[in-house]
Design a protein around this ligand. Structure first.
Ligand SMILES: [Zn+2]
Length: 486
């Protein structure tokens, strides 16, 4: 008996050891590449001009709010003359732009580079908190400051700088490149990216892949591996908001019934929070673990190499961190609750909004079914709320030209940086392009530290000069590699 227990334990240990040893690094060994020299001054001046144009997206836009978008088109024409000479430009739905750089080999599928022209507004009342004017495009302290410096005018102008440089060098891509710049990403992209994608589809374009914003390189302080880690978004979460409404008899609060509108509604919210949609170690997060675990400490490596054994422990521990939890399940976030107007009157009606971010693999109807099941009360009406509802994106592959080339170029220009697939929490324009390719990648070649994510859509948005120059060098190298890569 004792002997057989010992044998079983030994067998387990042996499996754990073997699994850990076989869990080898997935990082391709690539020789570093000397980046093209860039004259920083004019390049920075152009980004600065781009930031000064207030291409702000908001839900209630008027014609005058859209004037800066037309100015932005003119700014691009003036700033990148060789791009405009060599590439074919189309204006889509008045404010979005599509450039085509025809390749010499029509048998190769094109690549589409995505960016958006619009930015979010500065939150009213926070203007004074900015170190420099939010729309000043100030260059100081080693950074370019202003709305859009991170999200994502620097990507747009960075791509233009790269093409301008390559055209100047006499470079001709074998593969056709598209540059698609939507004008309403920050409010969903239905007028910009969706229309561009539709236009491409109607013209029979089948792309090899698209490259958009979404994830970046995490520095040593932000990376879970404690070494620089580039995350390439291969999917993005869906979005759905449910409205929970409870209607009951109102009346005076002196003789309340045992169940009130507010009590019933709060119970429903509590049920949703206590009974979350299931967390998973597979899907995108599983792929992420496969790539990062070999770069981690031995203990972490043992645990992640043996998910078959440590699943419960990992699920329990990892879901304690909000960011990890969000990667592993459809999240539940009650955001608005309303009901009642007077302290001594029972409201006859109350409602709440609960926002869910849908994990790839789950669907909007799964969320509705789940809500019905855990609320388990016919008095609570459950309905879809708002227009933004959408399914999670499909998951793009890793054994594709797109992923391989993105990864290779990262390793060429950022030596020592590990690359891994990741899941984008917010929405990007990429979701509109799934009709022209199933390979949609979301990555920008800039390095973020712990205080950077908060600057996006926040105060003191800024990009380091070094990052900007490096991103242009990345795009130049990437376009060269992708042009003929197969
Ligand atoms: Zn953006």
């Amino acid at each position: 008996m004792v002997l057989s227990i010992i044998l079983i334990i030994l067998a387990f240990v042996a499996i754990i050891v073997v699994k850990t040893i076989l869990f080898k690094s997935k990082q391709e060994s690539v020789s570093p590449v000397e980046p093209v020299a860039i004259d920083a001054e004019p390049v920075l001046a152009r980004l600065s001009s781009a930031i000064r144009l207030k291409t702000i997206s908001s839900q209630e836009q008027t014609a005058s709010d859209l004037e800066p978008f037309l100015e932005f088109h003119r700014f691009l024409e003036q700033s990148y003359p060789q791009v405009h000479q060599k590439l074919k430009r189309e204006v889509i739905n008045q404010y979005s732009l599509l450039y085509k750089w025809p390749g010499s080999d029509e048998s190769l599928k094109p690549v589409a580079f995505l960016a958006h022209i619009d930015v979010v507004p500065v939150e009213p009342g926070t203007e004074k908190e900015w170190r420099y004017d939010a729309y000043g495009g100030k260059i100081a302290d080693g950074f370019i400051w202003g709305r859009g410096s991170m999200d994502m005018k620097a990507t747009l102008t960075g791509l233009m700088e790269a093409v301008e440089e390559l055209v100047g060098q006499g470079f001709q891509p074998k593969r056709t490149f598209y540059f698609a710049f939507g004008h309403d990403e920050e409010v969903g992209g239905n007028e910009g990216a969706a229309k561009i994608a539709e236009h491409l589809k109607n013209n029979g374009v089948k792309a090899e892949f698209t490259l958009d914003e979404g994830m970046v390189i995490l520095n040593e302080d932000l990376s879970p591996t404690k070494k620089k880690l580039a995350l390439v978004g291969i999917a993005e979460k869906g979005y759905v908001t449910l409205k929970l409404t409870v209607k009951t008899e109102g009346g005076h609060s002196s003789m309340p019934p045992s169940e009130t509108a507010l009590g019933t509604l709060c119970q429903a919210i509590s049920n949703l929070e206590t009974n979350q949609m299931p967390a998973s170690l597979s899907g995108v997060v599983g792929q992420l673990f496969d790539y990062i675990a070999p770069e981690m400490t031995l203990v972490q490596k043992i645990l992640l190499a043996n998910r078959w054994l440590f699943k419960r422990l990992l699920l329990r521990q990892l879901t304690k961190t909000n960011s990890m939890n969000a990667m592993m399940r459809t999240t539940t976030a009650p955001t608005i609750i309303q009901g009642g107007v007077k302290e001594n009157v029972l409201p006859s009606q109350a409602y709440a909004l609960v926002n869910f971010r849908v994990l790839p693999g789950d669907t909007v109807s799964d969320v509705i079914e789940h809500a019905k099941k855990v609320i388990n009360n016919p008095v609570v009406e459950i309905a879809l709320h708002g227009r933004a509802n959408g399914e999670a994106s499909p998951i793009s592959g890793l054994d594709t030209l797109g992923y391989r080339m993105i990864s290779k170029t990262i390793r060429q220009l950022f030596p020592g940086t590990a690359v891994a697939p990741g899941l984008v929490m917010g929405g990007t324009d990429s979701k509109h392009y799934t009709s022209i390719t199933e390979n949609n990648y979301r990555f920008g070649p800039v390095i973020y530290g712990p205080d950077d994510p908060g600057r996006i859509h926040g105060t003191d948005e800024r990009l380091s000069i070094e990052d900007y120059i490096k991103s242009i060098q990345y795009y130049i190298q990437f376009m060269k590699t992708v042009s003929s890569g197969s």
